[in-house]
Each structure stands twice: as C-alpha cells, then as structure tokens.
Ligand binder design. Sequence first.
Ligand SMILES: C[S@@+](CC[C@H](N)C(=O)[O-])C[C@H]1O[C@@H](n2cnc3c(N)ncnc32)[C@H](O)[C@@H]1O
Length: 248
Amino acid sequence: MKYYESHEECYKKVKKSNTSSWDEFQKKADAFENFYMKEFLITALDRIKPEFNSRILDIGCGTGPAACFFAQQGYLVDGIDVSRTAIEMAQTNAKERGLNIHFSVDDICMISETGSGIYDMVSDTHCMHCITHDTDRKAALSSIFRLLKKGGYFVMETMSIEDTSRWSHNGRMDELGILWNEVKEDDPYDKVFFEDKFWMCTRRVMSPSAMQKELEQTGFLIEYLGTTQDIDIEYMADFQAICRKPPV
Ligand SMILES: C[S@@+](CC[C@H](N)C(=O)[O-])C[C@H]1O[C@@H](n2cnc3c(N)ncnc32)[C@H](O)[C@@H]1O
C-alpha cells in the first residue's frame, strides 16, 4: 500500500478521540470552524474573488473544514481524500451544517477524474507535504493543473523548511526534505530497510524556492508567495502560494 494511505490509521484515531478534524486532534484548532489554514484562505478568496457558484476542489480535504468553509461562502465544492474514515467524517460534518458538498475517496496522485478544465480553484489544505516522492508530486501537480479551467487558481499552504539539517522533531529527515519514521516489519505501507530498521516516508518538507520551482515547472504563473511561522516548531514555516493556470 502507498505510504500516504497510512493516513487512514490516523483518522481512525481522530474519530475515536471524538474530535472533528485533524487540526482539532493535533490541538492546532479549538473547533472545526477554526481550522489552521482559514486565515490564508480568507486572504486568498479576497484576492481571487471567485464568482458565486464557482467550482472548487479541495485536495486532501480530511474531515472537511476548508470544504465546508468554501461551501458556506456560496461555492460549489468537491473534496477528495485518500482516507475513507476522513471522507465519512467530512460527509457527516457537511450534513450537520446543511451543506451540499461532494466528498469522495480519491488519490490526487492517480485521481479517477480524467476530465480537464473543471474547476475555478483547487486548494491544497496541507496535503502536498504528505506526498513525498518526486514522481508522485509531479503526478499530483499535473492533475491539479489539468483539472483547473484556464485562468483558474491553485491555492496552497504546506510545511516548508529552509535547512533540512535543522529538523529535530521526530524521525529522520534526509537532504531532500523527506521525513522517515520508523515502522514495524509487518506495517502494510511502502517501507525501506536501513540500519537494521524499517522506515516509512511520511512528509516532504521542501524549501520555499524548491516549491516555487516545482510550481513553475508544472506551468503555473505565480501570483503570490509567502511564508508564515509554524505554530509549534520555531525553525519551521508554512509555505503559501496563490498561482494560476495561464488564461490562454
Ligand atoms: C495534514 S492533513 C490535512 C487535512 C485537511 N485538509 C484539514 O485541513 O483538516 C493532510 C490530508 O491529506 C490527505 N492525503 C494525503 N495524501 C493524499 C493523496 N495522495 N490524495 C488525497 N489525499 C491525500 C490525508 O489523508 C490527510 O487528510
């Protein structure tokens, strides 16, 4: 099984803990509505000003805090996540708020939607740092680009680090910014064996300049780049980008 499918185990814990979202479980938010990335999404919508009824896709939507926020602003929202438990929780969260959102279990690295030019905006609400390998990241970014209408926007916020050697939180981070965590031999997800232990990649934390290059190589026009201090780790920042598929 792909390394990022391990999120399913995390969401089983989120559900068991009776919290409504990843952020609430991680104690980064005190309520579903107050999700970590909300401030940046408000800024992004204010800048982009999507028309009422614009179509938005939230990738890695988790239990749906950003998707519900978009729907409450009057947009037509789809949310995808690789975790079935997350999607079931998202459906419940939307229903409880009287919101009509189409949530589905899907993988942005091999998404089932084959069409193009569907969305006015795609948001990455902390999903891309779960996609560690260059081939998977390329596939995910190309799908996002394809799914956007001409002139459509990609809004992302994701973990970043300027100097990977400073990482001291958990696991081991290599020079590419791939974070490796020790796992058991019978762990069902992709793993590698070195130094007598099994390891699974869990995060890709790149420098802002490397991420800018990745976006430009995909074909995006960059409209805004910024970073914001991580609330837990002093040497970490979140990379924020608003970029656009060329209008012609
Ligand atoms: C840090 S969580 C953020 C969840 C949600 N956006 C939120 O703000 O609560 C990252 C999410 O990305 C999802 N994810 C990871 N890899 C994915 C993939 N390849 N395709 C779709 N979702 C993925 C995870 O299951 C997880 O829900």
